[in-house]
Design a protein around this ligand. Structure first.
Ligand code: V47
Length: 364
């Protein structure tokens, strides 16, 4: 307790925690104290409601030039398992999601050099025209930057065109780890951390909100984690455009990182909970939604994370390919009733939200 007393004082005085504080927290083994602090801050900021969304993930292609060493999802053109969905196939998935009551489509894919700007634009336009009730949370900052580069358009123009076609917000993917030295080791062909932040900043300036993710449990150091969260906090101070922060636990199966022997075990449950808690504490006052993504966290740990600073458990998801390609063993679909059960059983109040965090229904 004594080792963290200065941090406890800062939290009590609602002062921002700094880099050194983040390091102390991540170095500490006092998980129950860190969890209790995060839970206290969570209660003060967002209360006892736990958010979830009825959503559907759509992955339009897995043919990717980025070839990140942590990814088991991508394929080369012509390789077994490579796919690209037609717009009609995407609409078919949206139809199914709409019938199941989804209010959000989470659409991400890959850096596929064969796909044209028109493919993306038409996808958004037709989805928005046919299913206006579903919010389109589509394309990571990495996909946006790739399209800007391949078409010669500015990031701003890509985003403006997409907004016009129906894009509502950006998912938080592609953040990985922002420290460039580590990032260049795990995803050398991906845009830099700086560029990822720039695309997010441009989106926020255009009124397009986004999420932010962080991939942990691979080769990153604890200083990379603190640095990542603080850089996101810095941008948030300027734009206020991040709606949620989502730590993602690396799944090693079938990945280059595992084959090369660089990652043997990955993050433990202890790490998972500590990172959720430290995210809450470092982002206090700036990003109020800390999401525990049950698909990567596991159902049971995601539920426990609700007592370690998380206030959002993501959604029904319906179809998930990225984690499952890398050995994820959670189901691909979580019925709404099960999410409600998990939240209530943790002593919290389930609140179904829209993508923009507007609450649609509270399940008391
Ligand atoms: O950017 C890739 C990660 C991300 C692996 O915004 C992996 O609401 C674990 O960003 N093990 C995509 N993770 C998923 C994502 C996301 C998920 C849920 C909600 C939201 C949101 C965003 O998945 C990638 C990368 O960081 N990833 N491979 C892997 N083997």
């Amino acid at each position: 307790m004594e080792e963290l007393s200065a941090i406890i004082e800062k939290i009590r005085a609602s002062e921002d925690l700094d880099f050194e504080d983040g390091m102390h927290l991540l170095e500490s083994r006092n998980l129950s104290l860190i969890g209790a602090l995060a839970d206290h801050v969570r209660k003060k900021t967002v209360g006892d409601r736990v958010m979830f969304v009825t959503n559907c993930h759509i992955n339009y292609s897995n043919i990717c030039t980025s070839k990140c060493s942590f990814c088991a999802y991508f394929r080369e053109e012509g390789q077994n398992g490579a796919f690209t969905l037609t717009i009609d196939e995407i609409l078919g998935k949206a139809e199914k999601a709409s019938k199941m009551g989804a209010t959000e489509l989470h659409i991400v894919g890959s850096l596929n050099p064969k796909l044209t700007f028109e493919y993306y634009e038409e996808m958004l336009r037709r989805l928005h025209e046919e299913y206006p009730e579903m919010s389109l949370k589509a394309f990571t900052a990495v996909e946006i930057a790739h399209l800007a580069e391949s078409t010669g358009m500015s990031v701003q123009d890509v985003l403006l065109n997409f907004k016009k076609a129906g894009l509502a917000s950006l998912p938080g993917g592609g953040g990985e780890i922002l420290n460039q030295e580590t990032r260049a080791r795990v995803c050398p062909h991906k845009i830099s951390g700086m560029r990822w932040l720039e695309v997010m900043e441009t989106a926020h300036e255009l009124g397009i909100k986004s999420n932010a993710t962080m991939l942990y449990g691979h080769i990153e150091t604890i200083s990379d984690i603190v640095d990542h969260i603080l850089r996101i906090r810095e941008l948030q101070k300027r734009t206020g455009g991040f709606q949620a922060f989502i730590p993602l636990r690396f799944h090693p199966d079938n990945t280059e990182l595992q084959k090369s022997g660089l990652v043997r075990f990955g993050a433990t449950g202890f790490d998972d909970l500590k990172i959720i808690a430290v995210s809450r504490l470092l982002l206090n006052g700036y990003i109020s939604n800390i999401k525990t993504y049950w698909v990567m966290m596991s159902e049971k740990l995601a539920q426990v994370a609700l007592h370690y600073g998380a206030n959002d458990i993501d959604g029904t998801v319906m179809e998930e390919r990225i984690t499952h390609a890398a050995g994820g063993s959670t189901p691909e679909y979580m019925p709404k009733e099960r999410l409600i059960h998990l939240i209530k059983n943790a002593g919290r109040i389930p609140a179904e939200r829209k993508t923009n965090y507007e609450v649609m229904r509270v399940y008391n």
